[in-house]
Design a protein around this ligand. Sequence first.
Ligand SMILES: C[C@@](CO)(OP(=O)(O)O)[C@H](O)COP(=O)(O)OP(=O)(O)OC[C@H]1O[C@@H](n2ccc(N)nc2=O)[C@H](O)[C@@H]1O
Ligand SMILES: Nc1ncnc2c1ncn2[C@@H]1O[C@H](COP(=O)(O)OP(=O)(O)O)[C@@H](O)[C@H]1O
Length: 317
Amino acid sequence: MTEPLDEEEYERPRLGSAGPVRVRVPAKINLHLHVGPVRPDGYHELVTVYHAVSLYDELSARRGDRLTLTMEGEGAGELTLDDDNLVLRAARALARYTRRQPLARLHLRKQIPVAAGLAGGSADAAAALVACDALWGTNLGRDELAVVARDIGSDVPFLVLGGTALGTGRGEQVSPVLASGHSWHWVVAVAGVGLSTPTVYRELDHLRGDGAAPASVGAPDTLLAALRQRDPAVLAAALGNDLQDAALSLRPELHRTLDAGHDAGALAGIVSGSGPTCVFLATDARHAEALAKELVDSGSCRSAQPVHGPVAGARVV
Ligand SMILES: C[C@@](CO)(OP(=O)(O)O)[C@H](O)COP(=O)(O)OP(=O)(O)OC[C@H]1O[C@@H](n2ccc(N)nc2=O)[C@H](O)[C@@H]1O
Ligand SMILES: Nc1ncnc2c1ncn2[C@@H]1O[C@H](COP(=O)(O)OP(=O)(O)O)[C@@H](O)[C@H]1O
């Protein structure tokens, strides 16, 4: 973490924009999530393939004489405006990094459900970095913003980048894996109540420690090759998530959601990251529409919506 500066060391911000700056940021799913051993710092070593999908939060930033945040939309009422708020943490981290005062009026419109395995909070942090960078005229560029992002959360650098990317380390080391221009069609089926990410990692450790170790997805080579083939049936066979058994152990009712997707004709279904959202692969946009409707009708999830990916990371719009 960057050390906080004393007030007098701060520069008044040179405003890059009069504002408002509007930033749109996507949710992520993990097409491949291999969870390795626990590291000395308590995080698990990961190899993951992140994929940004067309479900967005939006953050606007205006000039202000303090740092303030207001929120509306999906799950906004559950979030507090304390030091744990990822938007405020991100704005302060960028201000410290660029030796400025964190002065901005921020407003967040949420559509990405909270604690759903879709990295909504990380997305909002990435949006705050991009919005404040534009408002303050700090012009760090995506690679440097991704460096600031690492201290905020493991998923945050990916949400700055977007697209499809390989994540290693604790997930914070990201590199793009392809830019083929091909779109994939998915349905995200959201559960009523979120799951805590640390609880799901602990459950995996517990399952592994029991000796009834769930099989691991191994290396991402098959998945990466499948992405290059652009064939949804091939991709369907390559999707995998080591956190799935842990999420299912904590939420057995997710079996019903996965079964409903299968019965409705999805090419494949997996838990998204730490869950409890389930994500289903469709052949095309129409198939995704039909699947989403059937999933809602099945009553096995709170809502289901078609999305596509990959899409760009946090962007000024
Ligand atoms: C599981 C994943 C998959 O992409 O995301 P979600 O599906 O929850 O969105 C990520 O690993 C979550 O990333 P993120 O939500 O940024 O996690 P962080 O804030 O860095 O860490 C939250 C907690 O998750 C656990 N954690 C996270 C990353 C990691 N490589 N090993 C871990 O054990 C630790 O308990 C940590 O204290
Ligand atoms: N702006 C924010 N949006 C969502 N969650 C936030 C935010 N700020 C802090 N959080 C906290 O981050 C945690 C993880 O949320 P989120 O990123 O939505 O889920 P997940 O890690 O499952 O993808 C939640 O417990 C939530 O309280």
